[in-house]
Design a protein around this ligand. Sequence first.
Ligand SMILES: CC(C)(COP(=O)(O)OP(=O)(O)OC[C@H]1O[C@@H](n2cnc3c(N)ncnc32)[C@H](O)[C@@H]1OP(=O)(O)O)[C@@H](O)C(=O)NCCC(=O)NCCS
Length: 216
Amino acid sequence: MLRVEWLVRGRPREGLLVALRDPSQLTSLLEELLLSHYELIHLLVDEEALLPLPPYCAVNAHSILYFWHLDQLHLLEPNHQVDVELHEEWNSTVEEQLRRVQKQSWGFYIPPRAGDHLVLLAKLNGEVVGSAYFNVNNANLDYGVHVVRSHWRKRIGTRFFYEAAQQAKARGFSCFSVVRVLRRVDGTSSDRRALSFYRANNPSVRLKVLRLVLKP
Ligand SMILES: CC(C)(COP(=O)(O)OP(=O)(O)OC[C@H]1O[C@@H](n2cnc3c(N)ncnc32)[C@H](O)[C@@H]1OP(=O)(O)O)[C@@H](O)C(=O)NCCC(=O)NCCS
């Protein structure tokens, strides 16, 4: 259990991050936590766990956190035709390519962060078709994997997992990970697509992260 401070709409709020091994302990744990007046509780639990939520509590945000252990990799066969460029630093041309990929994958653009990200750019016959940001500080693929819609289902996304595994190994990590913040608690069609893709590549550990709130 970790006590943390979150910024919610610019205002710091105290919260708790709780990793729960035994879901049946949730109710008693919540009663203790709620009595201590925590405003925000984030619960980290096995993705398949069924959670008996008490009636005064609701889930108002849902994410997934998947890990791939390098000694237990069971990835799908990747696309070998694409070339994957690595950029520790990037210029406006690379940024423009990233913007184009993300606009054609999930519709908006999040730029890479210097100091955190190694940019991976996939090219097919010279055309930029995919991107990912490998976080060199924690081996997470920040903001997930992106492939231009017209090139979906060619195992280009899968290729980024191979590249992430290589980067993680070269940098002394034992695993790499990915997070997806679901757009709706029960998941949209694009959430389901992304999760199907991640699960098809056999993550070693699958966790869900639930934000719990008190019902008025
Ligand atoms: C998710 C995404 C990266 C997948 O890229 P991709 O190159 O099409 O994926 P791959 O071809 O490597 O797929 C590997 C496997 O994942 C599964 N998969 C991929 N897309 C799927 C879909 N739309 N529905 C169901 N399963 C899917 C399949 O099992 C697939 O293997 P198969 O084609 O042999 O059946 C791509 O759809 C995308 O860019 N989506 C929008 C951006 C996004 O939401 N990214 C995740 C951010 S967290």
